[in-house]
Design a protein around this ligand. Structure first.
Ligand SMILES: NC(=O)c1ccc[n+]([C@@H]2O[C@H](COP(=O)([O-])OP(=O)(O)OC[C@H]3O[C@@H](n4cnc5c(N)ncnc54)[C@H](OP(=O)(O)O)[C@@H]3O)[C@@H](O)[C@H]2O)c1
Length: 391
């Protein structure tokens, strides 16, 4: 790749998908005349080769992040105001190549392939992140040909065995959030962990990271995904289409032991049953029951008796994003080959509308991530992973 440090040699415009307001996919407009960002001091300019899709793209578009009034159409607020403004380029998990650097960044980084840590951090702290905003929400993301990001948040991933689309599928939105879920719940080697929404982006990440930590993941999913989830590392797979006697189903696979910690991405009516699997015999436990919550695929409101929470001393952890330290841990694991990309397939950027519908109406063979590739990069980085015959 030709090295470019001179901003004047960069193209003036690029293709990008603009989110123009809250609503359905008709709010997404494909444009080819969007100005190419220039890297500011401390930034690198990345030529995007692949960006993973996340639930948050859909939720932010539809305005499904009410934090107070049920049914509000809004996005979460930081400092009293929504940081999502329009038009916005979405897409959080960006893989690509550095093609220019801003002032103060080593020009030797030009040509480097890497993965973006998608957070818009408020400060330099490594072990806490109180402002869960991110590229693709409070700033433009990767559904475009170029993105300018902080140099220290674009992490080199040289691994020749990984394609760019696979690096995007290992993106931080799923993995860093999942790692934070495990860390705040103090999940340690030997503990039994129930992972719900197990076939999704975060679920498949959690199963692998439990194994990386030496913990034992039990997956809640659908029967037709059981083989793939066991192959990924799940000790056993429970079928969410039959949740009757759920605790008995769980003890049948744990040999009678309680679940030590639940990683809940589903919420809704199911969460109360997940708590059952931890508290049915407190004498059999060696630590408090722990429930990490980072998603609500099954419903935004759960009815749980407070007496159950405090009498059984259930520790609840609301998890949004992870920390700089966790991003560094993930990059180490990826470079060491300890995490495996779970890539369902790719769509070209100009067909993001189709990808959004496919993401919602997914078939039974769906596991892991969908990746979006700029049309100009499609033949090299997208076509080998094209979803079905959708090229
Ligand atoms: N807090 C954060 O920063 C953060 C970051 C990433 C994701 N999330 C949230 O975490 C959740 C999962 O994200 P993801 O990216 O993994 O999503 P995903 O790839 O769409 O996976 C969600 C999984 O949840 C299960 N599911 C879907 N609908 C369900 C229902 N009605 N009842 C029970 N299970 C259902 C399905 O798995 P099975 O078929 O295997 O059961 C599905 O594969 C979402 O709510 C997302 O918004 C939050």
């Amino acid at each position: 790749m030709a090295a470019e440090t001179n901003s004047e040699s960069l193209p003036a415009t690029m293709a990008a998908m603009l989110l123009t307001g809250h609503g359905d996919v008709d709010q997404l407009a494909y444009r080819e005349d969007v100005p190419v960002p220039r890297p500011a001091a401390g930034e690198v300019l990345v030529k995007v080769t692949a960006t993973a899709k996340n639930n948050t793209d859909r939720k932010a578009r539809e305005g499904l992040y009410p934090t107070k009034e049920k049914g509000d159409t809004t996005s979460f607020q930081i400092g009293g105001a929504p940081t999502l403004t329009f038009p916005r380029i979405q897409g959080a998990d960006v893989a690509g190549r550095v093609i220019a650097v801003g002032e103060g960044v080593d020009a030797a980084r030009i040509g480097e392939r890497g993965l973006l840590d998608f957070n818009l951090y408020a400060d330099e702290r490594r072990d806490i992140n109180l402002t869960p905003d991110y590229y693709g929400h409070g700033a433009d993301g990767g559904f475009a040909e170029y993105i300018a990001v902080p140099a220290d948040q674009f992490h080199a991933i040289p691994n020749p065995e990984l394609a760019d689309a696979e690096i995007a599928a290992l993106g931080m939105c799923s993995y860093q959030t999942g790692l934070h879920m495990l860390n705040v719940a103090r999940v340690s080697a030997g503990e039994r962990v129930l992972v719900t929404g197990a076939s999704g982006g975060v679920g498949t990440a959690l199963i692998q990271m439990c194994r990386a930590l030496g913990a034992i993941p039990y997956a809640l999913s659908k029967a037709d995904k059981a083989d793939a989830l066991r192959e990924l590392g799940a000790e056993a797979v429970l079928d969410r289409s039959d949740m009757s006697d759920f605790t008995e189903q769980v003890t049948a696979v744990t040999g009678g032991s309680p679940i030590d910690a639940v990683m809940d991405l589903v919420g809704g009516e199911m969460t109360d049953r997940f708590i059952d699997t931890m508290v049915f015999d407190m004498r059999a436990r060696s630590d408090y029951p722990r429930l990490s919550i980072a998603g609500a695929s099954g419903g935004n409101v759960s009815e749980i008796m407070w007496t159950r929470i405090y009498l059984y001393q259930v520790q609840l952890f609301g998890v949004s994003h992870g920390t700089r330290a966790e991003a560094a841990q993930l990059v180490d694991w990826i470079r060491a080959g300890q995490l495996r990309p779970v890539l369902h397939g790719a769509f070209p950027l100009s067909r993001l509308h189709e990808a959004e519908r496919y993401f919602v109406d997914r078939g039974s063979d769906y596991l892991g991530k969908i990746v979006i590739v700029p049309d100009s990069e499609w033949e090299q980085h997208g076509a080998p992973f094209a979803v079905g015959d959708k090229r």
